[in-house]
Ligand binder design. Structure first.
Ligand SMILES: C[S@@+](CC[C@H](N)C(=O)[O-])C[C@H]1O[C@@H](n2cnc3c(N)ncnc32)[C@H](O)[C@@H]1O
Length: 367
């Protein structure tokens, strides 16, 4: 599977689109807002730039695409007003893979510029936004041209499925599971370590000295990769696929040859790579959590747990994210039934155990 060609979130604005199923990622952007604001405010106050170049990597297409960017610009606008300075010019780049629904973003830009003016007054900016299609595992920007790099819920995606998994090593699974052989865990970690290190090296060429980077990555709490919260999530999807094998709808070999190109690191793993790559200083980190069903806010304010509703909510998020890869490998025809079965599996799991996504945020300065 060529990840760059196949991976994209469900486009458009329909029922199964990413745009309609990204509340979870939106809540995550709010949860880490303070660490992002601290970093951009620090950057502004140390350099007072006349022009700021900001990038969002893995921006996708939907309500969140411009949310992270507007939070960043508004934080700058607040501090510069407080200090009685004139607004810097904002150059904003939105990056994602070429299959991303960039057209949808471009269509929303006129309204976004209008809203920026209404919210922040006529002395804000100006702000110039452009789309940059391409993999963040390649050079995308001019040398030392970036001031601030942001990325949320994107850097768990690897550049490829670990090559060692191509021979059916991860039998009956599609990601690291509690019954995956140690060689599978090793292959996934080696892929991630090499990808994340490459990402840092590439960005270190593009970010100017003193520039900042804040990355929020789906991760895990346990140092043991087979005990990651996301392992259950994908195991339940593998089980849905295996039940289609027993019904003769798909072949077992098809499941054995499908593995997800992702890895959910723990904070220690990220810190090890940041330190050994050496281009960035780690300013801070934070671990936050969110329920698989983002409507379950743990406060029980107006929320009544129903396993089927929560199962459906959690499954819809995964469908919007993983459908392109599953359809490419198993064919479009199975998708509807697969996610019906998956929904049931997630419902049964949540009835036994409330499970959360773990979000790992790292804030860095380019040395
Ligand atoms: C779950 S979405 C997150 C989108 C958005 N940041 C948010 O918080 O809602 C992950 C995005 O990362 C993008 N992505 C994955 N691998 C990438 C790569 N190598 N280069 C650029 N974008 C990538 C995907 O295409 C997808 O749009």
């Amino acid at each position: 599977m060529e990840v760059q060609q196949v991976l994209h979130m469900n486009g458009g604005a329909g029922e199964t689109s990413y745009a309609n199923n990204s509340t979870l990622q939106e809540i995550v952007i709010f949860k880490v807002k303070t660490i992002v604001e601290r970093s951009i405010t620090d950057l502004y106050c140390t350099t007072f730039p006349k022009s700021l170049c900001i990038v969002d990597m893995g921006c996708s297409s939907g309500p969140n695409t411009l949310l992270a960017i507007s939070n960043i610009m508004e934080a700058v606008d607040q501090i510069r007003r407080h200090l009685g300075r004139s607004s810097p010019e904002f150059r904003v780049f939105l990056n994602d893979l070429p299959g991303n629904d960039f057209n949808n973003i471009f269509k929303s830009l006129a309204g976004f510029y209008e809203k920026l003016k209404q919210n922040n007054g006529p002395d804000f900016g100006p702000c110039f936004i452009a789309g940059v299609p391409g993999s963040f595992y390649s050079r995308l920007f001019q040398t030392k041209s970036l001031d601030f790099v942001h990325s949320s819920y994107s850097l768990h995606w690897c550049s490829q499925v670990p090559p060692a998994l191509e021979n059916g090593l991860n039998k009956g699974n599609i990601y690291i599971a509690n019954d995956s052989p140690p060689a599978v865990i090793k292959a996934y970690w080696e892929q991630y370590e090499s990808d994340f290190s490459l990402f840092l090296k590439l960005r270190s060429e593009e970010v100017r000295s003193g520039g900042r980077m804040v990355l929020t990555i789906i991760g895990r709490k346990s140092p043991d990769p087979s005990k990651g919260e996301c392992c259950h999530l994908w195991k339940l999807l593998a089980q849905a696929l295996m039940s289609m094998v027993s019904q003769g709808i798909i072949k077992e070999a098809q499941v054995d040859s499908f593995n997800l190109p992702l890895y959910t690191p723990c904070i220690q793993e990220l810190m090890t790579v940041i330190e050994s790559e050496g281009s960035f200083h780690l300013d801070g980190h934070e671990v936050t959590e969110i329920n698989w069903d983002p409507n379950d806010n743990d406060n029980n304010e107006g929320f009544v747990f129903d396993k089927f509703t929560s199962g459906r909510n959690a499954a819809k998020i995964i469908r919007a994210v993983a459908e392109s890869m599953l359809a490419n490998h198993f064919g479009e025809a199975i998708i509807e039934d697969l996610f019906k079965k998956y929904e049931e599996n997630v419902a049964e799991h949540l009835a036994k155990e409330k499970t959360k996504y773990v979000n790992v945020t790292v804030s860095m300065t380019k040395k």
